[in-house]
Structure formats: C-alpha cells, structure tokens
Design a protein around this ligand. Structure first.
Ligand SMILES: Cc1ncc(COP(=O)(O)O)c(C=O)c1O
Length: 297
C-alpha cells in the first residue's frame, strides 16, 4: 500500500504555524514551548490558536531542550536559531527527539533558511530522525521570495487530517499556479542550480560583512553566521541599539535591533540583526561602507 500523503502546502510558514496550532489544539494539546528569542508574531499566532506558551532559553548551542518539561509541543529553529544564529548541538538534537518520544510531544522544526549553510556540512532535518514526532516546515521565502507565500509542512500521519482541515477552513488551498511553477522549477533542476548560485553569492556577502566590520568597527562581534541571510552584530556593553538603528536609517540602512526579538528581561546585550541579502548587487558595497561608518563612528 502506498504511503499516505503527508505534505500540506501553506501560504508561508506564517500560515503553517497557525494551522498547526489549531490542529494541535483540536488534538488535545494545551501548550507549546517556544524559544525565548524569536519572532513575536509567531508567539501571537500560537496563542491565537488557543495554546499557552512556555519558554525555552537559547544559548550558543541553540535551544535549552532540557527545559521542555511537560509542554505538548515545541517550536525549534534548530538549524539556525532565529535571531541568535546558533545551531542546535548534536546532543540537544538527540535530547529533543528523546523528549518527543518519551512524552508523545511534537517537535515543529522551522527550517526557514536551511538551504543556506556555509561553514559546515549540511545539518540533517530533525524530522528524518523521528517522522512520527517531528513536523518539518520549509518555506520558499528565503530561497525565492517572501511575497510568493509558499511553504510546506511534512506531517506525522496523525496530524495530516487536522492540518488539512484547518487549511480548508483558512483559505481552501494555496495557489495552484505558484505550486505548479515551483514544481516545474524543482523538477527541471533549475531550482537546485539557483540555490547553489545564491548560496555562493550570499556567502561572499557574509564574508565581506565580517571583513568590513573587523576593519571599521573592531569593537563589535559578528556571530550566528554559519548559515542563513542574517548576522547578529553584538555591540559593546552599554550601546543603545535603538539609537544605532535610527542613525543607520538616516543613512538609508534598514537594520533591526535585537530588541525586536528579545524577551522581557532577556539576558543578551545590545545587538543588531543585520540581513545582508536585501540590497541589490550594485548597492551592496555602498550599503556595507555606510554600515561600517555607522558602527565604527
Ligand atoms: C524564524 C522564521 N521562520 C519562518 C520564516 C518564514 O516565514 P514565511 O514563510 O511566512 O515568510 C521567517 C522569515 O522569513 C523567519 O524569520
């Protein structure tokens, strides 16, 4: 007998998280553990699904999965913690799976930028370790464009029906034209070539960012750069991250303060979340020079 279909295509991870929240809630879940540093919108989506949030701290080895306790599920940016940039250590990956197996918990793996890994061997999906306990969420937002609104959930068998039901209620289905176009892009090999080319280009940008700041602003530390399209730029103690964001805006740079993602009383010092994928190629050198001037000045 053929394997039942386990993939639900969604309007971005943003919708996927809401559908999953509703599906978990209707399956009896009460709480989801979330990384303390993360996208505030995601927290609102989870609470809007009727689930309570418990917190898991984040350190240089990723989420402290030993704190999962009695939550029914956990949302992890395992491959590249957002926004801190850590990779969940092999030991913690194993612990997360052990926790899910022992408690019948669900791990929701938000693999938002896993295609762009630079410094190490690709990190395998947690989902491959325990397909019946892990939901894998991928998105085209980083590889293609956030405006496309295409993401996919690979689900444990028991969640397929409730997630598909939530999707049907939300908007019927995601656009057929976009899905068929992406399918053809993948099947022709062109998607893979695009991702390889983009990975090389983004790695060069990342290296230039690191080199520029080492030269012009040696007191900052650039971290979280093994993957993805953003870096965490840690500022000297006492720096006013909001003031720097304002100053950067005056120079035409759209930066974010870590404060946008920091929990109340968060333990991390002042920092900026710097995305380096956005400027068009011809504008990148200029943007980098202005960033160096703002941070070094
Ligand atoms: C942590 C995180 N997860 C997921 C996503 C993707 O969200 P969406 O697919 O809704 O664009 C992003 C942003 O791209 C993100 O920062």
């Amino acid at each position: 007998m053929a394997e039942p279909e386990r993939i639900v295509v969604c309007a971005g991870f943003t919708q996927a998280l809401g559908l999953l929240g509703r599906a978990l809630r209707s399956s009896g879940a009460r709480s989801v553990a979330m990384e303390t540093y993360g996208v505030q919108e995601h927290r609102r989506i989870v609470t809007d699904s009727g689930l309570a949030i418990t917190s898991v701290a984040v350190d240089r080895d990723g989420a402290r999965v030993d704190e999962l306790g009695r939550s029914d599920a956990v949302l992890l940016t395992a491959a590249h913690q957002f926004p801190v940039g850590a990779t969940l250590s092999p030991e913690r990956r194993a612990r997360a799976i052990e926790w899910a197996s022992a408690t019948a918990g669900i791990v929701n793996e938000d693999d938002y930028d896993g295609e762009f890994r630079y410094d190490r061997q690709p990190v395998g999906a947690l989902q491959a370790l325990a397909p019946d306990r892990v939901v894998y969420a991928g998105t085209a937002s980083k590889t293609l464009a956030p405006g496309l609104r295409l993401a996919w959930l690979v689900l444990p068998a028991g969640l397929v029906e409730p997630v598909a039901a939530a999707k049907a209620l939300a908007d019927g289905q995601s656009g057929t034209l976009e899905q068929l176009t992406l399918a053809r892009f993948i099947a022709s090999g062109a998607y893979d070539r695009h991702v390889r080319r983009a990975r090389l280009a983004y790695r060069r940008r990342r290296d230039r960012l690191v080199a520029t700041l080492a030269r012009t602003a040696p007191e900052v530390r650039v971290t979280g750069i093994a993957a993805g399209l953003h870096a965490l730029v840690e500022l000297p103690a006492g720096a006013d991250e909001d003031e720097i964001v304002r100053r950067a805006a005056g120079h035409g740079l759209a930066l974010e303060a870590l404060g946008a993602y920091r929990p109340p009383g968060g333990d991390r010092g002042p920092a900026l979340v710097v995305g380096y994928a956005t400027p068009p190629e011809h504008a990148f050198s200029g943007a980098l020079a202005r960033l160096g001037a703002v941070l070094g000045g």
